[in-house]
Ligand binder design. Sequence first.
Ligand SMILES: [Zn+2]
Length: 531
Amino acid sequence: MKWNEPGKLEDLICEIVGWHSRTGTQGEIDFPHKLQDKLLELDYFQTNRSHIQLHDAKEERNTLTALYKSDVTDKTIVLISHFDTVHTEEFGALGDLAFDPRTLTEVFKERIDELPEDAQVDLQSGEYLFGRGTMDMKMGLVLHMHLLEQAIVEQWPINLLLVTVPDEEVNSSGMRAAVGGLNEIRETFGLAYELFLNSEPSFSQQARDDNYYIYSGTIGKIMPAALFYGKETHAGEPLNGVTGHFLASHLTKMMEFNPAFEEVAYGEKTPLPVCLKTYDLKQDYSTQTSHHTAALYNVFVLKRSAAEVMDIYHRVATEAMEECQRHYEAICAREETEPIGTIQVIRYGQLEEHAIQKLGEEAVRVIKQDVFTCEDLDEREKSIKLADELMLHCQELAPATVIFFAPPYYPAVNDSDDPFIQDKIQMTQNILKEKFAVDAKQIHYFNGISDLSYVNYAEHDNGWKAYKENTPTWGDVYSIPFEGMQQLQAPVLNVGPFGKDAHQLTERLHKESAFVQTPYVLRKIIESMFA
Ligand SMILES: [Zn+2]
């Protein structure tokens, strides 16, 4: 076997870290092709060429799937990983070495004083391999390759489907593209998916956290956004209008840290909402006031659907604008002037409907098309721009705060109550404890955002309809295959290697965990499912 011992696993992780694949770069485009060549080194895939497939994830990027098919069963485990990594700006002059783990680890030894104290200790211990993507999460992919090879050579009585995707760190277009592919492969090869096994690394829950975690679910993340559309005026006559900033300040104050969005499940709590970004849609400086601005708010979810989040958000926005209105009217009274109007809160879906009635479907389609083809705007900016364009055509609605969702959306998934998952967690904990004296703690919602969000979507959940209606870019620019996800019904589990400081200069992988412990335990989990 090529990938079956600690030394060989270390060689393999160094090699594929070397295929640097930061999100949005050429390396990310090339990666699945290089991986395909690597997998073709196994005779099995030479004979079964159709078992490796590339799935278009747009912008030349591809998701890769590789299937080991046993002849004795339809039982299948889907192994999920992502091959993109975050950028390497913080490496500065060491940038070139970020993708050369062994050299980087040596060079760090020469500059040990520049590292934080806990990283110094780990460096001196010799137990860690540093480098971008070592921990998050090329080692997870290497482990899946290792499992695939074992299954082939030893002819395991279970099917393994390796799925590795681009763009996990930004928009998850890779995993969203994989959903259709997974449904197709299941039909083509007559498979039954019984487990979605991700191997994202164990993430620390707080600073200097040495605990090892395994996960029975993944946290959700959704992005309520708002366009604040006031009325422009000259700075010399401020009371003849109302700025977008004035409206925005009231909602932002009420959104940030708002406990109405907090969720608790299995003793785990969502981080509170914050404002991620604000936009002033006035292009240049002038003494004309800015009547349109926008904001994005980050909200984490555990159990709530998009519809429920929208309802809470609508309530908060209504309260915020009522307060804004009171505040504004008090100023008008003091200054003995008339208010320019009453601020409304409008859902994007309602705005679009209003615009269609007023302008006709064709006109709205053209407006959408113009916005969606703006190449210099990202998915979030396109969402804002579309709401803004529609408001420009429907100024009778102003002053108004238009509320909507901006991409991306990661639904929460959790299988902590599934007896099958409970059994696998127990098994993992026992093995790690008895064989390696490692305490594996269970976390119910992986806190790092993962691709598991796009499988095992609750069959009865209709909350996505509110998402679709209130996401301006839905369709051409951004979509989530909710119905396809509902067909991917199997429990989720995340067991990966231990590492530290993901997304930082000192990202590092614990070698014993990566090359000895996790391979052993993953094999045991799979063996326990043999037909
Ligand atoms: Zn990751």
